[in-house]
Every structure is written in structure tokens, then in C-alpha cells.
Design a protein around this ligand. Structure first.
Ligand code: NAD
Length: 490
């Protein structure tokens, strides 16, 4: 039986399902970018409140600004916006829960008309996003809004039919201001350090290009809390579909996730919020420290593993953790070169946090592909690895292993594994990366000359020399040999 409101009662008895009356839900949140992560994280927190009889006026309306989002829309509407979550525990437990906090999914229009209208509705008090780290139009030179990007230029010139999520938000806020509805909160759930500050910059910066008064109004009245989000959520493939079908649930777009979740949010909501602290989220004034720790240890750790694993044809993150030399690389880079730049949270030594991440990455119940983690390296290396290299250069700490990590990324971007098989495009600027990687094989410095990624880092001899040495070693002796050489150093 296919999953929908009418078949909920027929689900196997072990499957937790919504106990609340879904006909009583009213919208409070518009979410842009309904991928897997959103459905395992924010949508779950809202659902859990609803299970306690709360927050029925905070139901989520899904939305997307990319053509491809129409596929997810059709599938979710076909199952009354219900999502099956399967929590995978390393000991083999598979807790299964059908969540129902999503009320509707807006049409995906080229001019974002439906989205603008929905966000202008006075019942909407929060707009949330998971549009990937690369989706915020950051200028790599200064982390400001990239005013030269064609999408930003287009939206500045066409504020009534914008292409980007931010353009749609600006248009909706104009309607809200003009009709006296007032502001909403913009809450980014992407893995960016200071994601709220960056969200504000995108919305206010874009508004300023077409309407300075509106930009001031948004800046003054809207809030953009910073937040740290955490839960490993793989992409759904045939294995995940099979898992859910084995439970007798006919869900076209189920989500699997690890048995860990964390959400720390600044409590600055300009138009109210659900009390997510009742279901495990934490409101804190120290989000920055949580974010910095997570991004530098977990997200950077993923990059340390994924590029080496991709070149060697290792499929999943847990398999990479089982390769002793890859695991040794992970431990040594994190311990010697990253942790010195991470401030501990009270009562929580950073090394204990690293041990937790080590156990989570080793969870082999999760089929988290190296491909997913290695995707969009051009945004992820910039956000997760390069800031630590800058800190290491400034403070005189070692950066040898981090230089090796960058060399592994350059080697991966050549587009071929060591066994000769091809690596499929996995970055929005893949063609440029592949061409640069090919040139860097002869002259490594070419890789670091990509200003939009490395800025002036290539001019630091300590980093550039180490990078060149590692890339040369990788091409001459292979990835394993380079990693062994590094881990055997004192
Ligand atoms: P996904 O591929 O399932 O979904 C990505 C969504 O982002 C899609 O709706 C897509 O249309 C949209 N999108 C992509 N680029 C965009 C752009 N430039 N502008 C607007 N929309 C865009 O991926 P996911 O697993 O849901 O992850 C999405 C983001 O969530 C990550 O990039 C990360 O910032 C955050 N996150 C993910 C995880 C995880 O384990 N999956 C963990 C923590 C945080």
C-alpha cells in the first residue's frame, strides 16, 4: 500500500506515526530546499512537538527554487507530504517513524510567484533554508555577497520575478512591509559558520541593489539567528528504498539517518517560534563555538576522508574509516592540526568530541557515500578546511597534513581513480577544477592560483611548498604511500 493519510493506520505496528490530527495543522514555516537533511532534522523537530500536542500552527510548507525540486514536490504531494525516517544504529536497530509536519509543497515556478505569495502570508513567521553551502553566493575574496554573480545581477534587475531564494524572500518582505504584516525570521540550517549572519547578508545585500529603504527595513526588523545543525543524513538510493519497502511502507522518498541529532540555535526570533527545546534542541548564546567545533572537526573530518577514499574507489565513509591508513590520516590531521584551533565548550574537551565523531563516522549501518561527502568540494574546502590552514600559518602550528588534504582534493579533481576508472563530475565548477588539476600535475602552484578558492593562501611558502611536495608524491608513488609518509612523521 502506498503511503498517505488514509493508509497510516495500516502501517506495521512498530512504525511510529503521527498521533496528531493533520487536518488541524496550519502553516507557520516555509522551508526552501526540501532535500533529505531538512526532513530528518527541522521537520522532525516540528513533528515531535506535534506528537506532544503542540505547534500545530507551525506546520511546514515545502518549497524549492530549482527546477529539480519539482520532482521531490510531485513525490511528496503523492504521499500527502509524509516522510518515512529510518534511524540507523550501529548495533542494527532501525527505529522507523513516519513524520507529518509538512502540510504542502508549493509549485516550483521560474519566477517564484507561488513562493513569494506563500511567504507574504501573515501566518508564516519563519522561513528556513537548506540550500547547500554553495547556495549563498559568497564572494570567496571577502565572504561578502558576490555582486558579480549572474543570478544576483538578474534578481537585482528583476525584483518581481527573482530566480534565487533570496530574491523571493526580498519580494515577499516587500509585500509584508507594504501591507503591514511585518517581518519574519530567516533561519538557515546549512553548514556554514555564522549561517544566520550570511543569510542576513544575502537578503539585505540583495535588497539593497534594488530598494535601499526596503534593505534598511529588513535589516532593522527581520532576525536571522545563527544555528548549528548536526545529523548525518545520507542520500537515498536503491538500498534505502529497499529497506523501507522491507517494512511494507511504499514511500518513494524515504530518508535514513544516524542515531544522533543536535541543533543549537540563537534565540532571536522576531515573530515567535515553536519551543524546540522541549524536543531536544538547545537555545544558546554560544552558537558560534558549537558551530566552529562542528565545522572544523566533523565537516572538515569528512573532507579529510572523502577525497582520499574517492581516489582509491572506497565507496562509503564507514569503509574509509576501516582502512587503517585513512583512519590514521584522519586522527593525525584532526589531533595535530585542527584541534589546536578549536575552543572547547565548558565541560567538553575537544578530544572527546573528536572521539564521538570517530564513532559516528564508523557507524556502518549508515550508507553515507564518499560521493555525497566529496560533493561540492569547492564550497566545502573553502568553508571547512582553509580557515584552519590560515590559522595554522598565522600561529605557527603545523599544516603539513592539511596541505596533503588539499593535494588529495586536487588529485581527485583530475577525475580519475588510481584504478583508472572515471570519477563523475561532483562539483558545480567541475570542468574548471578538472582542467586546473590536469595542469597542476606538472606545476602544482597552478592549483593554488585559483583565487576564488584559495585567495592569497598560495603565496604562503610554507603551505605552497608542502602542497607541491605532496601532490608530486601522490602522482609518483600513489595516495597510500603519501598518507603513510605523513602518518609516520612525528
Ligand atoms: P539534498 O541534495 O538532499 O538537497 C539539497 C537541496 O538544496 C535541494 O532541495 C536542492 O534543490 C537545494 N539546492 C541546492 N543548491 C541550491 C542553490 N544553489 N539554491 C537553492 N537551492 C539549492 O541535500 P541534503 O542532504 O538535504 O543537504 C542539504 C544541506 O543541508 C547541506 O548542503 C548542508 O548545508 C546541510 N546539512 C546536511 C547534512 C547531511 O548529512 N545531509 C548534515 C548537516 C547539514
Amino acid at each position: 500500500t502506498s503511503l498517505n493519510n488514509n493508509t497510516l493506520d495500516a502501517l506495521p505496528s512498530h512504525v511510529v506515526r503521527p498521533h496528531y490530527d493533520r487536518t488541524k495543522m496550519t502553516p507557520g514555516i516555509v522551508h526552501i530546499g526540501v532535500g533529505n537533511f531538512h526532513r530528518a532534522h527541522l521537520a522532525w523537530y516540528v513533528h515531535r512537538l506535534m506528537q506532544q500536542g503542540q505547534a500545530l500552527d507551525w506546520a511546514i510548507i515545502g518549497a524549492g527554487v530549482r527546477e529539480h525540486d519539482a520532482v521531490m514536490r510531485e513525490k511528496l504531494l503523492g504521499q500527502d507530504c509524509l516522510t518515512t525516517l529510518i534511524e540507523l544504529d550501529p548495533l542494527g536497530a532501525q527505529a522507523t517513524e513516519v513524520t507529518g509536519a509538512m502540510l504542502d509543497f508549493l509549485p516550483v515556478d521560474a519566477d517564484n510567484k507561488s513562493l513569494i505569495q506563500a511567504m507574504a502570508d501573515p501566518r508564516i513567521r519563519i522561513v528556513t533554508t537548506t540550500i547547500t553551502e554553495g547556495g549563498y553566493y559568497l564572494d570567496p575574496a571577502n565572504q561578502g555577497l558576490d555582486l558579480t554573480h549572474p543570478d544576483i545581477i538578474y534578481d537585482a534587475e528583476n525584483p518581481d520575478r527573482p530566480r534565487t531564494a533570496f530574491g523571493a524572500i526580498v519580494a515577499a518582505l516587500r509585500l509584508r512591509r507594504d501591507s503591514g504584516v511585518g517581518p519574519f525570521t530567516g533561519l538557515s540550517c546549512d553548514n556554514l559558520q555564522a549561517n544566520g549572519t550570511i543569510f542576513r547578508q544575502a537578503v539585505v545585500g540583495l535588497a539593497r541593489l534594488s530598494d535601499a529603504d526596503l534593505a534598511d527595513w529588513i535589516d532593522r526588523h527581520c532576525s536571522f539567528p545563527n544555528s548549528m545543525v548536526d545529523c548525518i543524513v545520507p542520500a537515498t538510493g536503491p538500498a534505502e528504498l529497499q529497506r523501507v519497502r522491507a517494512f511494507g511502507i511504499d514511500d518513494d522518498v524515504p530518508v535514513t539517518h544516524e542515531n544522533f541529532r543536535q541543533w543549537v540555535i540563537e534565540d532571536t526570533f522576531c515573530a515567535g517560534r515553536p519551543d524546540w527545546s522541549l524536543v531536544g534542541a538547545e537555545f544558546s548564546d554560544h552558537v558560534h563555538q558549537y558551530e566552529a567545533r562542528k565545522i572544523r572537526v566533523l565537516n572538515a573530518g569528512h573532507q579529510v576522508l572523502a577525497n582520499a577514499a574517492e581516489i582509491l574507489g572506497v565507496e562509503n565513509i564507514s569503509d574509509a574509516m576501516m582502512q587503517p591508513f585513512i583512519h590514521a590520516l584522519f586522527r593525525k590531521v584532526l589531533t595535530d592540526e585542527i584541534i589546536p584551533h578549536v575552543d572547547p565548550l565548558p565541560g567538553s574537551p575537544v578530544i572527546e568530541y573528536l572521539d564521538l565523531i570517530d564513532r559516528r563516522f564508523a557507524n556502518d549501518a549508515i550508507i553515507d557515500t564518499v560521493r555525497r561527502v566529496a560533493f561540492d568540494g569547492s564550497a566545502r574546502h573553502v568553508g571547512f578546511i582553509l580557515p584552519t590552514i590560515r590559522d595554522g600559518l598565522a600561529s605557527g602550528h603545523p599544516i603539513e597534513g592539511l596541505a596533503l588534504v588539499e593535494a588529495l582534493w586536487a588529485r581527485m579533481c583530475e577525475g580519475m581513480r588510481e584504478d583508472g576508472s572515471q570519477i563523475e563530475a561532483n562539483d558545480p565548477i567541475w570542468d574548471m577544477l578538472t582542467a586546473t588539476a590536469a595542469a597542476a600535475r606538472q606545476s602544482p602552484s597552478v592549483w593554488l592560483e585559483m583565487q576564488q578558492i584559495y585567495g592569497d593562501l598560495g603565496q604562503h611558502a610554507r603551505f605552497a611548498d608542502a602542497f607541491a611536495k605532496w601532490l608530486k608524491h601522490i602522482y609518483e608513488n600513489g595516495v597510500e604511500s603519501a598518507i603513510q609518509l605523513y602518518v609516520e612523521q612525528n
